[in-house]
Design a protein around this ligand. Structure first.
Ligand code: NAD
Ligand code: IPM
Ligand code: MN
Length: 349
């Protein structure tokens, strides 16, 4: 198991330390960790946020553990050098088109949610976010219009193959869950969504056991807060999935709790929390490492087929929450390393 460890910026470093300690506590054999620079850290050292050697390591490793990138001091760089381009570049280069972002209430901890406990308790959904298309990767730029005004543009586009491959992933995921798939789009306005919906309908013919519905994204944002329990698998495009998953995190309790897996056609995957580098709390040792630890669990499951170990790690995080070891994001005062300590202790017990 060769793992590329890309901790990145801000709290990325702090939470990665705890995820690696938790992995170590599982006592796995054959774990080989190779660290490399990514994001602002890499830009400062090598002049590029995604250095060639980092990309090479990511391509040859069996899995990538990714912390976060983001550095406010470097926000003024041109697009190609922006530190966020590192994570976008990794996703694109490795063709990790399927981003799995599960959101599930922790039993007995419904009151951590921003929603009423009886509403929050029912949340058990999987956002399947397309990750290598949409406005993120369409033609983009800034120009001056004929009238002499500055204009920015980002083209939204999906071709049918991009939609059908993520749709297949979503239907198969639904088959392994409660067999409900809600495709979220904006087909009342966007041509991209009209085609998206059509292709999803075509793919659905191959999965008669899955109940398919469609929802506009504005309604989906509202329904996610009104009654998140209605969703099983939520299939959506890159930008809508980005926004809805941050929202879903607060239905569970905190953005520091949601993990993700970015997958392509092989078992090589990139595993990262859904949150960013959190510059406002970086360096203080108060970030919640749970999302990073849970991302490591997703790695064990999806890249290495280690379901038992993945479940052990997830259970340890849940038990630590249940013990009331909570960070400031959840109204507690436990530090990053205290949460990590508690997870390690739980794994040893
Ligand atoms: P963010 O997710 O970094 O932070 C949003 C808020 O949530 C902040 O108040 C932060 O303190 C809090 N938060 C996030 N993770 C937390 C954790 N584990 N524990 C406790 N609190 C946590 O989003 P942002 O502030 O909009 O972005 C900051 C930087 O991160 C930007 O440069 C952005 O581009 C980047 N970013 C990177 C990724 C990634 O690497 N995949 C994801 C999102 C944002
Ligand atoms: C995420 C982040 C990224 C995204 C940014 C940093 C490019 O918000 O992973 O959710 O928009 O995909
Ligand atoms: Mn995001």
């Amino acid at each position: 198991m060769h793992i590329a460890v890309l901790a990145g910026d801000g709290i990325g470093q702090e939470i990665m330390t705890e995820a690696l300690r938790a992995l170590d506590a599982l006592g796995l054999d054959d774990l080989r960790l190779d660290h490399a620079d990514v994001g602002g850290v890499a830009y400062r050292k090598h002049g590029r946020p995604l250095p060639e050697e980092t990309l090479e390591l990511a391509k040859t490793a069996d899995a990538i553990l990714f912390g976060a990138v983001g550095d406010p001091e470097l926000d003024g760089l041109r697009r190609e050098l922006r530190v966020e381009s590192a994570v976008l570049g990794l996703r694109k280069e490795l063709q990790l088109f399927a981003n799995l972002r599960p959101a599930k209430a922790f039993a007995g901890l419904e009151d951590l949610s921003a929603l009423k406990p009886e509403v929050a308790g029912a949340i058990d959904l999987l956002i399947l976010r397309e990750l290598t298309g949409d406005v993120y990767f369409g033609e983009k730029g800034q120009r001056t219009t004929e009238a002499g005004r500055r204009e920015g543009y980002d083209v939204m586009a999906y071709d049918e193959d991009e939609v059908s491959r993520i749709a297949h992933v979503a239907f198969r995921a639904a088959q392994g869950r409660r067999k409900k798939l809600c495709s979220v789009d904006k087909a009342n306005v966007l041509q991209t969504s009209v085609l998206w919906r059509k292709v999803v309908e075509e793919v659905a013919a191959e999965y008669p056991d899955v109940e398919l519905s469609h929802m506009y994204v504005d309604n989906a944002a509202m329904q996610l807060v009104r009654n998140p329990g209605q969703f099983d698998v939520v299939l959506t495009g890159n930008i809508f999935g980005d926004i809805l998953s941050d929202q879903a995190s607060m239905c569970v309790g905190s953005i520091g709790l949601l993990a993700s897996a970015s997958l392509g056609t092989s078992t090589r995957g990139l595993y990262e929390p859904i949150h960013g580098s959190a510059p406002d709390i970086a360096g203080q040792g108060i970030a919640n490492p749970s999302a990073m630890i849970l991302s490591a669990a997703m790695m064990l499951r999806h890249s290495f087929g280690m379901e038992t170990e993945a479940t052990r790690l997830e259970a340890a995080v849940a038990q630590v929450l249940e013990q009331g070891v909570l960070g400031q994001d959840l109204g507690g005062s436990a530090s990053t390393s205290e949460i990590g300590d508690a997870v390690v202790a739980q794994l040893a017990s």
